[in-house]
Design a protein around this ligand. Structure first.
Ligand code: PMP
Length: 439
């Protein structure tokens, strides 16, 4: 596929935008460098680039586009909102409607607040937890990504790991010292950390199902043990559900019965951060939790958080429309079935060509790991063949299949994908594995 216009645009972008991209995970640095593809249009499960090439999209904008691009119900809601003015700086009735929808689907949220990104949402849950507990330290899990606020850019997965900078520069030691990192799915390590730092720990923060070093399920009992250990230490539990909310079913992962726990009530967090899907493709984030904890937030309490753009009618309207569309009966089962076919097709194609490939699939999301061992934590996700992934990524792109340019990112199937898209993708993967097997 020739991409002269993408290449020319990239050269121009480099003159004006740092690294040519407005988010580092869009760069092709980790997959051999060169120009990323400049997309011009998205419709349903497909993208068209500036050179007129068509792609099947599994990036889904790193998660939000679960309905596919330009879904008519969402588009109409955005247009209607724009006609009425996109930003008032006052409360609106729409925000109440949306808050009720989010709360109904996520019972641990007594009170919510909308912000503009997942980063803001997570950052604020940490501030609220610190204000509530009057403690400073946070325990997080290696390879989980929680946005780019200072505290959580330590052992961060996703983009930072992809680019080899899991511990970002520019973060004072005094802040990094407030973060304790333990391996995901390792309750003993968590307990040891809690014993060591005890009543300094404000919160344990976790992606209840990981989406940032591939898709990784909590082992049976992990979340339950995490919640129990944190609480017996007087620490809060924060779930980062920026990727997982509305990803696997209509609600957050904390109410997803695919998580093996004795009861879902045993794994409910105190605070939750959400984002991505709930904005229907416009900028959004949100956080919420138990009433008495959320009452720390201004104007009720002393923990400050604000936003000029927060709760803007365009994002909220897109979010309401997206959640309405996600209520279509059978939608999540369709995503599940399509993704199961994709995973089976990829696995069979890899086997046929003798390529070691571990596929982690959870409903409509999967991750591919070039290795012959399971991937249940960050160390196992790191211990995979990045060069093979980079070659696979490029061979797929050349055949019109758009994946994230990172071995740590998930593939997202959208409601707009069809069996034909899946078959085309599997056929492309077969050809790619044949090439990789020759190396
Ligand atoms: N938390 C998680 C789990 C995420 O995956 C992300 C983004 N990939 C964020 C937080 C940050 O969200 P945003 O990019 O909207 O700031």
């Amino acid at each position: 596929m020739a991409k002269p216009r993408s290449e020319a645009l990239y050269a121009e972008a480099l003159q004006h935008i740092v690294g040519g991209v407005n988010s580092p995970s869009r760069s092709f640095k980790a997959v051999g460098g060169g120009s990323p593809v400049f997309m011009k249009r998205g419709q349903g499960a497909h993208f068209w680039d500036e050179d007129g090439n068509r792609y099947i999209d599994y990036l889904a904008a790193y998660g939000p586009i679960i309905l596919g691009h330009a879904h008519p119900h969402v588009t109409e809601a955005i247009c209607r909102a724009a006609e009425n003015g996109t930003l008032y700086g006052t409360p609106t009735e729409l925000e109440i409607q949306f808050a009720k929808m989010i709360k109904e689907a996520t019972p641990s949220l007594d009170k919510v607040r909308f912000v503009n990104s997942g980063t803001e949402a997570v950052m604020t849950t940490i501030r609220v937890a610190r204000a509530y507990t009057n403690r400073n330290k946070i325990i997080k899990f290696a390879g989980c990504y929680h946005g780019h606020s200072d505290l959580v850019l330590v052992a961060a997965g996703s983009g930072p790991s992809t680019l080899g900078i899991p511990d970002s520069a520019g973060i004072p030691m005094s802040i990094a010292n407030e973060v304790i990192t333990v391996p995901y799915n390792d309750l003993e390590a968590l307990q040891a950390a809690l014993e060591r730092w005890g009543d300094d720990v404000a919160a344990v923060m976790v992606e209840p199902i990981v989406g940032n070093f591939g898709m990784v399920m909590p082992k049976p009992g992990f979340l339950e043990g995490l919640c129990a250990a944190a609480r017996s230490n007087g620490s809060l539990v924060i779930y980062d559900e920026v990727i997982t909310a509305f990803r696997f079913h209509y609600g957050a992962a904390q109410t997803f019965d695919g998580i093996q726990a004795p009861s879902l009530s045993a794994i409910q967090p105190d605070l939750t951060a959400i984002g991505k899907i709930i904005g229907g493709g416009l900028p959004i984030g949100g956080y919420g939790g138990r009433k008495h904890i959320m009452e720390q937030v201004a104007p009720l309490g002393p923990a400050y958080q604000a936003g000029t753009m927060a709760g803007n009618p365009a994002s909220i309207s897109a979010g309401i429309a997206c959640l309405q569309a996600l209520q279509e009966p059978g939608l999540y089962n369709r995503l599940d079935a399509l993704t199961a076919n994709l995973a089976e097709g990829l696995a069979a194609a890899a086997r046929e060509h003798g390529i070691a490939l571990t596929i982690n699939r959870i409903r409509g999301a999967l991750s591919t790991h070039f290795c012959d061992h399971p991937v249940t934590n960050y160390a196992e996700a790191q211990d995979t063949d990045g060069e093979q992934f980079a070659l696979f990524f490029r061979l797929m792109l050349e055949q019109g299949i758009c994946l994230a340019p990172s071995k740590y990112e998930a593939w997202f199937v959208t409601a707009a994908h069809t069996e034909e898209d899946i078959a085309t993708t599997v056929a492309a993967a077969k050809r790619a594995f044949a090439v990789i097997a020759q190396r």
